[in-house]
Design a protein around this ligand. Structure first.
Ligand code: SF4
Length: 516
């Protein structure tokens, strides 16, 4: 899209193109801005190969006109989750701007207005705050038109920021500090969000994305999108969803926190697959799956039935108010088999407060039961990361070696019969620090988007004021007690390598040798 306009936004996604173009929020902001009179938006993304892009010495440029991003009046970033802060810092650096707002204010050259928005603002945008002039909290359909009107009315930056700081939904870190304003909600008439551009070069190739509902009416205690956020679930009429799907869209993605809770879902799905289109749904609730819905998904090209259990056991699911029961998951496994799916994939969390080895054993037992029903069972396992704006805010992160032990215990119990796809506990801990952090966590993103950068940040113990990494506590490894052969009974000695846990030893088959 090329447009000449008086007010030009560069819209940056702090991950590579294929990730950014799969973001319905990013696409929606692009469409909204270009739909406003005398406003244009061009896209820029974190390069696929950051090192090569840096070595070229070329600044970050937009896709539409190849103009340097730093030449735009406004540079807006969409942040989906905590670890994208590293990409944000990388992009600002490649634009040629000082990273932090106070550094830009002191620079001799005027800088663009740096705006941040996106899903991260529903929980904790404070670690992103030092990078931003202004942060749009919540739903952009509400705040974007107000931002554009304010920029037009207030050419002076200080006056603009003072004006925005007084409006609901605008977080101006230089004026608000860490005090967050309320999250903005779009009027229901502005729904649904839908994609502007379909491209083969994304995670969701050539898929038209549309949002038949927004929010959720359920109350899982770890979830930012639970019913207390922006009034819970808002539905879009099936007729409106169907009318917005372009005639030439061969693949349609239905996006939302609780799409399977939409009472009109079968009608929408039927219209899509009857038109010979493929379909995808961002989240399937196991207790909403039935023969009709899974049959329609199969006709729409599904090969893997993916849902979430989140808690390792029935007890843990009750604790976190996740209403999914074993019978729902067993039914999902039966439906996957009946409809000829190749796999059942379940998302789980480990390390919830109060979880014990008995919960892990129950998960192993139940996963094996599922594997006797579904053709193939895959568990996607992520460590629990407490988020702000949820009842489990401030819950601690489980010790990394304890999480490793639980994974090893599970792996040993289901080996060869269930596939495990775990997320690294160390990177989850970085996410936790950012999810729970304040301004002091911001420089962590400066460590860069690379694994090396994050590792340096994770392990940095420097207390030097010149250190470019933040002063974080060391990762939460469990303090183990180790009895030296020379210690008197009952007295642990310090400084020895800790003994490997029985679970980990069992997983590697070497425990007996070591304990002899
Ligand atoms: S985890 Fe899913 S079902 Fe639970 S509150 Fe969040 S969006 Fe709703």
């Amino acid at each position: 899209m090329h447009k000449q306009a008086g007010l030009a936004f560069a819209l940056c996604y702090p991950s590579p193109y294929k990730v950014g173009m799969s973001s319905l929020g990013f696409q929606t902001v692009y469409r909204l801005l270009n739909g406003m009179p005398d406003v244009s938006a061009e896209r820029a993304f974190l390069p696929d190969d950051v090192r090569a892009a840096r070595a070229s010495g070329d600044p970050l440029r937009t896709y539409e006109s190849a103009r340097p991003v730093g030449d735009f009046a406004v540079v807006a970033f969409s942040l989906a989750y905590e670890l994208e802060l590293a990409g944000l810092a990388e992009c600002l650096d490649m634009i040629g701007l000082p990273l932090f707002a106070d550094e830009r204010a002191a620079a001799p050259r005027p800088a663009p207005l740096i705006v941040i928005g996106g899903p991260l603002t529903f929980s904790n945008p404070v670690p992103a705050a030092p990078y931003a002039d202004v942060i749009l909290m919540g739903e952009a359909e509400k705040t974007l038109p107000e931002l554009v009107a304010a920029i037009r009315a207030q050419p002076d930056l200080d006056a603009l920021l003072a004006h925005l700081a007084a409006q609901p939904g605008f977080y101006v870190p230089s004026l608000h500090g860490t005090r967050l304003p309320a999250i903005a909600a779009a009027p229901d008439d502005d729904l649904p969000a839908y994609s502007q551009i379909r491209t083969p070069n994304t995670e969701l190739a050539d898929m038209f994305l549309i949002e038949p509902e927004r929010g959720c009416h359920r109350g899982c205690t770890y979830c930012v999108m639970r019913r207390s956020t922006n009034g819970g679930m808002r539905l879009v009429a099936p007729a409106k969803v169907k009318a917005l799907i372009p005639d030439d869209a061969r693949r349609v993605g239905l996006v939302g926190a609780a799409v399977t809770d939409h009472p009109g879902l079968p009608e929408i799905l039927r219209a899509i697959v009857d038109a010979d289109r493929e379909v995808g749904i961002s989240s399937l609730r196991a207790d909403r799956l039935n023969d009709e819905i899974v049959g329609l998904l199969k006709r729409g090209g599904y090969r893997t039935l993916t849902t979430a259990a989140d808690g390792a056991s029935e007890r843990m699911r009750d604790v976190i108010q996740r209403k999914t029961k074993e019978r729902h998951l067993l039914r999902a496994a039966e439906l996957a088999r009946t409809h000829g799916m190749t796999s059942l994939k379940l998302y789980m969390m480990l390390g919830l407060p109060g979880e014990t080895d008995a919960d892990i054993d129950e998960l192993a037992r139940f996963a094996l039961e599922l594997a006797r029903v579904a053709p193939r069972v895959v568990l996607g396992i992520a460590p629990f990361v407490a988020k702000r704006n949820t009842p489990l805010d401030r819950a601690p992160f489980e010790a990394i070696d304890s999480l490793d032990d639980k994974l090893a215990r599970l792996r040993a119990a289901v080996r060869g019969r269930v596939v495990l796809r775990p997320t690294s506990p160390k990177w989850a801990w970085v996410e936790y620090r950012l999810a729970q952090g304040g301004f002091e966590a911001a420089p962590g993103a400066r460590a860069g988007g690379s694994r090396t950068g994050r590792r340096r940040w994770l392990t940095c113990r420097s207390r030097s004021p010149r250190c470019r990494y933040p002063k974080l506590p060391t990762p939460p490894f469990r303090r183990r007690r180790w009895r030296s052969p020379r210690s008197p009974p009952g007295r642990p000695s310090a400084g020895r390598r800790p003994e490997r846990s029985p679970a980990r030893a069992a997983a590697t088959g070497s425990g007996a040798r070591r304990s002899r």
